[in-house]
Design a protein around this ligand. Structure first.
Ligand code: ADP
Ligand code: MG
Length: 654
């Protein structure tokens, strides 16, 4: 019966160096070796003879420089990194002299690791790991960390891990080298038992006595096989017992299970790493914290400013300008704005309304109540100009204005002053100066105003009636309200007014006050402040991101051996990459949480100081998004560095 060997090396050579100025050394000089399923082979040789190099090649951790390696007839040289990882994951179990357990994980988690990358569901993984630990005499030790276990126990944990995915081929490199003789004997007994159960075992040792316990002994010296003999044991390969292997996984399901398990794994290692190195983590995250806090404060200030401007635009009007006479800079009396001037301005297409106003505090009487009240005399379109509604009754008409009809509309508070408790004062009389005026309505409440007097305290009368009956000696308006046709027309309207009046007066003896433009300028200032905060946020996030990248690169360097172990048990490159990327993102998200806290605290401080600050959930989500994106961008390079590591180099690391 011709069974093809499980492992077949033909003329395998391994060279190191040869690049970067280092001399090339050949460590293995043309190895020919065949191992059949179920064999228990010891490879024995002096230190430095190339045993570990050979084992790394057998286990798919490394590739031959030349020659060929067939596993079950499959050419291993043709496999890419992930296919090699799959081969290790499904077939090989490594047992090293130094145990190579991940120090930050418990014994149970270490044992589960190969199944994690194989996509076994979590409960099944835990059950299987527990069963293996129990079988190996480690019941009750699953929750302990490697440093809490003796050497012999650690090595048994490593054997349990090697068996986790079935362990068809166990590759043990000096498994007893670091153990006392009793523990060493236990481990050897375990290997014998496993060999009896059908596992193929390649045992590497420099100790001839240990080697003599195997059924077949291959002797290596200076990179060449010098002897290969049977120990009188049954001929290998004739009655191989099927080793317990895991059923093949449904690939898509396995991948999904892997994804979430690995996410959990990454979260666990990340939080452990952060906890271990709190100061470093905190300092690294400072940039992210400041960046996220700036994003939140920036958006809150921006929103507060926007809302305040909208509010003020609402009360002052977005289209309104004020025109009055002014002494010119060159000297001379203030100009007079004549009716002809106003008529000319009313012709301008940029202008919707030209409304001359006479207004002064005047004694107003109603029954026994007498008050100084600002009496506002303007034309019938006053409510339109100020975008203000009449709450009760009506405003006067153009005809009534022309006919000098003595009518008055009360401000909201003026009504309360003169007619307290009267719901509808229409038809009642008010003595303004010494002329009686009939109340025809009440304006809606206008609210707080930045000016000297509140509109709500005033009373409103027709312009002509006011001039004729109240302000008799005054022929000039006090000022003129001009409304642009639209908010966009405010600037052009102001220029047009200046042009027309300059042409008519020949000098600048007038002043235009443009509240809308002033507000817009104010908003502009706030916007530039917001942009500055935005710049701070961006710079902080970039600096923070570089900090995270730096710390992740350090982490990769510090955890080389862990990465090597993960690769040896079958982690794909993308598994390693995903883990470190997740860790970077969790790190920055932790910074994001702290940043949101700081941002809220700063914002609340600003609110207490009277600033207009409005928080929004979307701003916080955006800040979190920024933090996560920073982690993703700046974690990518370290994660890729980790993923591209050579498993052998990584394992030898630290
Ligand atoms: P053993 O396990 O039998 O003690 P190794 O396989 O570890 O021997 O090493 C065999 C020889 O290869 C040694 O001389 C060692 O110095 C050399 N060697 C191993 N790894 C490397 C490497 N990465 N670069 C250069 N030389 C190496
Ligand atoms: Mg060695």
């Amino acid at each position: 019966m011709v069974t093809p060997p499980l492992i077949e090396l033909r003329g395998v050579r391994k060279r190191y160096g040869g690049s970067g100025g280092q001399p090339e050394v050949e460590v293995l000089h043309g190895i020919d070796l065949a191992v059949h399923a179920g064999e228990f082979v010891a490879i024995v040789g002096a230190s430095g003879s190339g045993k570990s190099t050979l084992m790394n090649l057998l286990g798919g951790l490394d590739r031959p420089s030349s020659g060929s390696y067939f596993f079950e007839g499959r050419d291993v040289a043709a496999l890419d990194a992930d296919a090699l990882a799959a081969l290790r994951r499904q077939t090989f179990g490594f047992v090293f002299q130094g145990y190579h357990l991940i120090g930050s994980e418990t014994a149970g988690e270490n044992v589960e690791l190969p199944a994690l990358y194989a996509g076994l569901p979590a409960e099944e993984r835990a059950r299987r790991a527990q069963a293996l630990l129990d079988q190996l005499g480690l019941d009750g030790k699953a929750q302990l960390r490697p440093h809490q276990l003796s050497g012999g126990q650690q090595q048994r944990v490593a054997i349990a891990r090697a068996l986790m995915n079935g362990g068809r081929v166990l590759l043990a490199d000096e498994p007893t080298g670091a153990l006392d003789s009793a523990s060493g004997a236990e481990v050897m007994a375990l290997l014998h038992a496993l060999a009896d159960r059908g596992h193929t075992i390649v045992l590497i040792t420099h100790d001839r006595e240990v080697a003599a316990q195997a059924r077949r002994v291959v002797e290596i010296r200076d990179g060449c096989i010098v002897a290969d003999r049977m120990n009188g044991a049954p001929v290998a390969g004739t009655s191989p017992v099927a080793a317990p292997a895991l059923p093949p996984q449904d690939d898509a399901q396995a991948r999904r299970a892997t994804f979430f398990s690995e996410l959990g794994e990454a979260a666990r290692t990340a939080s452990r790493g952060m906890g271990r190195n709190r100061l470093r983590t905190g300092l690294t995250l400072l940039g992210i914290v400041i960046g996220v806090a700036s994003v939140i404060v920036m958006l809150a200030i921006g929103e507060g400013a926007r809302q305040r401007v909208v509010e003020q635009m609402g009360t002052l009007g977005t289209t309104i300008m004020y025109l009055g006479g002014r002494a010119p800079d060159t000297g001379g009396p203030p100009g007079l704005i004549t009716e002809e001037d106003l008529a000319a301005l009313a012709e301008l297409p940029e202008i919707a309304y030209v409304m001359p106003v006479i207004g002064d505090p005047i004694p107003v009487r109603q029954g026994r109540v007498e008050r100084q009240v600002y009496v506002f005399a303007a034309q019938h379109f006053m409510p339109d100009v100020h975008q203000w509604k009449v709450a009760l009754g009506r405003y006067h008409t153009e005809a009534e204005d022309r006919a000098l009809t003595p009518l008055v509309v009360l401000g909201h508070r003026a009504q309360q002053h003169f007619f307290p408790g009267v719901a509808d004062p229409r038809g009642r009389q008010l003595l303004i100066g010494d002329s009686p005026f009939e109340v025809i309505g009440t304006m809606a409440e206008r609210g707080a105003e930045s000016g000297a007097q509140s509109y709500d305290d005033m009373v409103f009368i027709p312009y002509s009636a006011g001039r004729a009956r109240v302000y008799r000696v005054q022929t000039q308006p006090d000022y003129t309200v001009i409304a642009a046709a639209s908010p966009e027309q405010v600037g052009p309207a102001e220029q047009a007014i200046r042009r027309v009046l300059l042409a008519r007066h020949g000098r600048e003896d007038f002043a235009i006050s443009n509240a809308a433009a002033r507000l817009q300028a104010e908003a502009e200032t706030r916007r530039s402040m917001t942009m500055m905060l935005g710049l701070i946020a961006t710079v902080s996030l970039v600096v923070g991101g570089i900090g995270v990248m730096n710390v992740m690169l350090m982490t990769v360097r510090e955890r080389l051996r862990e990465i090597g172990i993960r690769m040896a048990v079958g982690a794909r490159r993308r598994d390693v990459q995903r883990q470190f990327l997740t860790e970077a993102m969790l790190l920055t998200l932790a910074g994001g949480v702290a940043g949101v806290g700081v941002g809220l605290a700063v914002g609340i401080g600003l609110i207490a100081a009277g600033a207009a600050v409005v928080f929004s959930v979307s701003a916080m989500l955006l800040a979190f998004g920024c933090a996560a994106a920073t982690g993703l961008v700046f974690g990518f390079m370290p994660a890729r560095t980790a993923a591209r590591l050579d498993p052998v180099v990584a394992l030898a690391g630290e």
